[in-house]
Design a protein around this ligand. Structure first.
Ligand SMILES: [Fe+2]
Length: 316
């Protein structure tokens, strides 16, 4: 079982750590960390052009380390956006997220200037997208078409760091837990809300009922490195397997509070044509709706991930 270098005293001694790991060397791209916890800005890349192997390998290295990678001034067509996204894996549609211009492989996050915050799902809580799917998204590739002059950032919380800072006792408890996630109820719950309080959801989709509910490990590991991260979060959460709902909510409330700590965060300020890729397996995210009377319009692709791997399955 691989351990995170953050717990390896030889790695820590004298080596600056960023995102929980020593800073890698980059030769073909520039990489500027956004905070000590996660996120970096990458320069020297035009995503409209084909990327050579070395540049692509460095982008993937930055993605693995920083979990959130930001490119500025990327004026892409939808086809270019999708072509870049496919470097991360196969694209998927989502049952609940509204599509962009009828393209099922692109989604949009849109709040018009006159609309309240609640039209955008889960705007007020850190969450991971679609954990109810059997293979929840690996990453989201999102680009800004129109953003407020001030505010409307997206914040991220590094779920590796949340796990790595737990006590051994709590890690042991969580290591043995599984979570039931379900997306079956979101449409019926939304219907019951008054129209002005409803989320903007996709109206029809081709997903089966079975695909809208899954059991996943509460601690998942990176399929290549074995690094462990917390994967228990409130959106779509039902309960821990074998636990009552009351017991589950008490523990979940504590875990969700940990993700709020500023020292796990980075925050990205959008500009028009900012393109961002976030790892949806090992970070939580939330839009910050601290703006009013301005439009915010982001478009995105979703890359399908692996079935979440528990530490017990890793390396088998
Ligand atoms: Fe989201």
């Amino acid at each position: 079982m691989a351990t995170s270098p953050i717990h390896d005293p030889d790695t820590i001694a004298g080596t600056p750590i960023v995102s929980g790991l020593p800073m890698p060397e980059f030769r073909r791209i520039t990489v500027e960390p956004i905070s000590g916890a996660c996120g970096c800005e990458i320069g020297g890349v035009d995503l409209r052009q084909p990327l050579d192997e070395e540049v692509l390998a460095e982008i993937m290295l930055a993605f693995e380390q920083f979990l959130v990678i930001v490119f500025r001034d990327q004026d892409l067509t939808s086809d270019q956006h999708k072509a870049f996204s496919r470097h991360f894996g196969e694209l998927t549609e989502l049952p609940q997220a509204p599509t962009y211009k009828g393209d099922t492989m692109m989604q949009e996050v849109r709040r018009e200037a006159h609309e309240p915050e609640n039209v955008v799902p889960s705007f007020e809580h850190f969450h991971t997208d679609s954990p109810f799917l059997p293979r929840p998204p690996k990453c989201i590739v999102m680009r800004a078409l129109e953003v407020p002059q001030w505010g409307g950032d997206t914040a991220f919380s590094n779920a590796y760091l949340v796990y790595e800072h737990l006590s051994d006792g709590m890690k042991k408890l969580l290591d043995g837990l599984e979570v039931v996630y379900s997306g079956k109820e979101i449409w019926s719950r939304n219907e019951k809300l008054p129209p002005e309080k409803r989320l903007r959801l996709r109206e029809t989709h081709g997903f089966s009922e079975d695909q809208l509910e899954s059991i996943h490990p509460a601690v998942r590991v990176h399929p290549r490195t074995g690094r462990k991260a917390l994967f228990a979060t409130s959106a779509y959460f039902q309960h821990f397997v074998g636990w009552s709902e009351e017991e589950s909510r008490a523990l979940l409330g504590y875990l969700q509070s940990l993700a709020q700590h500023l020292h796990y965060h980075c925050r990205v300020k959008w500009k028009r044509n900012t393109l961002l890729v976030w790892d949806n397996r090992f970070t939580l995210h939330r839009g910050v709706h601290d703006f009013k009377y301005e439009r915010r319009h982001l478009i995105r692709t979703t890359v399908i991930g692996e079935r979440p791997v528990s530490q017990w399955e890793f390396g088998k």
